[in-house]
Structure formats: C-alpha cells, structure tokens
Design a protein around this ligand. Sequence first.
Ligand code: ADP
Ligand code: MG
Length: 267
Amino acid sequence: MLQGNNIHFCITDRPIIGDVNIKLEPGKFTVIIGPNGAGKSTLFKILSGDIPCSKGEVLYNGKPVNSFSSQQLARIRAVMPQHSSVSFPFSAWEVVELGTLNAPQEFDQKEIIEVMKKLQIWHLRDRSYNLLSGGEKQRVQLGRVLIQIWKKQAFPRYLLLDEPISSMDVSLQHLVLDLLNELKTRNIGVLSVLHDLSLVGNYADEVIMMKNGNVSFQGNVADVFTSYNLEFLFGYPIQVRKFNDGPGLLVHSLPLHHINHRLSQVQ
Ligand code: ADP
Ligand code: MG
C-alpha cells in the first residue's frame, strides 16, 4: 500500500496542500482530478518522494519514503512527471532505454521492443526525441517509465503518472489507459492525474477529487463520481449518465452560452 497520512505543504507560509489522507492499493487504478491549481501536481510530487511534505508522512509498503535510497525507491515506484525535458539529442529508443537505468535487473532489448510496440512508438525509434510531436513525446516518456517496472516482482509496486495522456488523440488515450489496466494486475497500484472526465469515469477504480489543496471526495468511482460532486469540484454543471444502460458512463457538460441562456430564463 502507498499511504499519505496528514499531508500538509506550504510555500512561504501559504498552504498549498491542507490535510490530505490517501491510500493507494496495488491492483487498483486511482485517479486524481480537480481544477487547475488545486494542488494535484504538488501532492503527486510529495507522494512520489520528489519533495518532502511540511507535515505528515508518505509510506511505501509501510516504510517512510525518506528511508529508501533512490535505488530502492526506483525498485518499487516509477514516476512520470507532468513536464519532462531531454537536453541531449537522444533518439526515441535511447529515451525509453534510459528507464532501464532505474530498473532492478538487466534488461534485454526484447522488453524495450515490447514496450515500444505496445505504445505504438516502435516506428519512431530512430527519430530525434526533441523533434517528436507532443503526443509522441508523451508515449516515449511513458515507455521510459513503464520499462522501469515492466518485469514482474513479488512485492507491490506503484506507477505514478501526472497527466500522462493530455496530448494524445482519443484512440491513443484508450490504448494507454487499457495498458494501465493491464499493468495493475501485476500487483501494481496505478495513480494518475487526469483531466478527461469521461475517461476517468470509464477506467478508474478509485477517484480522489481535489479542490483548493484539500481532498473534497474520495472513494470508489461508483460512489463518488457523481454529477453533484463534479459540479461542486469544478464549479460548473456536469452530468454523469449511464451510456445506453450499459456499464459505460457518459460525462457531459454544456457550453457556457447554453448555461447562461438557461439561467436567464429562470431569472
Ligand atoms: P495542479 O497540478 O492541481 O494544477 P499544482 O500542484 O501545480 O496544481 O499547484 C497548486 C498551487 O500551488 C498553484 O496555485 C501553484 O501556483 C502553486 N505552486 C506550486 N508550486 C509552487 C512553487 N514552487 N512556488 C509557488 N507556488 C507554487
Ligand atoms: Mg498539475
């Protein structure tokens, strides 16, 4: 289990994260959602051990994150930050291969090829990373992170992703989320910040809803991913409906001018 207990974070006395308690279970896909500036990336960096919290603790499988060496930490969790840059003229292959430096065991090229094919970036292998499109870069960065935890291990591990699919087209977004669902069955807890509510409603097991540095709601998607909670979170009318009475969810928001029109009729 990955736990964040009573997490607070301040910058020059300004609270960025209030008092957050979360649990991330292996085998589950947990998503953090919330408005811009809610503190999602800050919480994400604290959970990944990149920055220390002002108060509280982060535990990986019961041990404080700061008790691990960076090598030990790399064995149990892989992190894709919201923004990554590559300052050397690496090819896409070389960027993915960088993930093997953090991997616990020797890697053979077969696994790198497998990951690149799954992410549909094999054809980009010799291309210069810096010249790739936004969505292509994201898939290459994801490849680098996935290779770190690709080999199965006996102990629970965690995959932390901050807006990993924000630049991808819709079919690639589904491809990646489906792959994350496959990964969680390897005793891996997946935590991701996402913005597309329709994708969240249809892929996540658990959702953490953040607003103004606090968790407003968290729990099973079936329990907390409701029109009421989403409207509160984003301060905008949002509707969640069953899709054709099947298992899928439809998340819908009207354009602002329709809402203004409706409000003017009510007044
Ligand atoms: P989110 O990822 O939810 O959009 P962030 O966690 O990146 O939000 O930021 C939360 C708030 O904290 C924002 O108002 C942001 O401007 C502020 N913030 C984050 N990091 C810093 C920093 N290093 N210095 C000052 N303010 C920061
Ligand atoms: Mg962010």
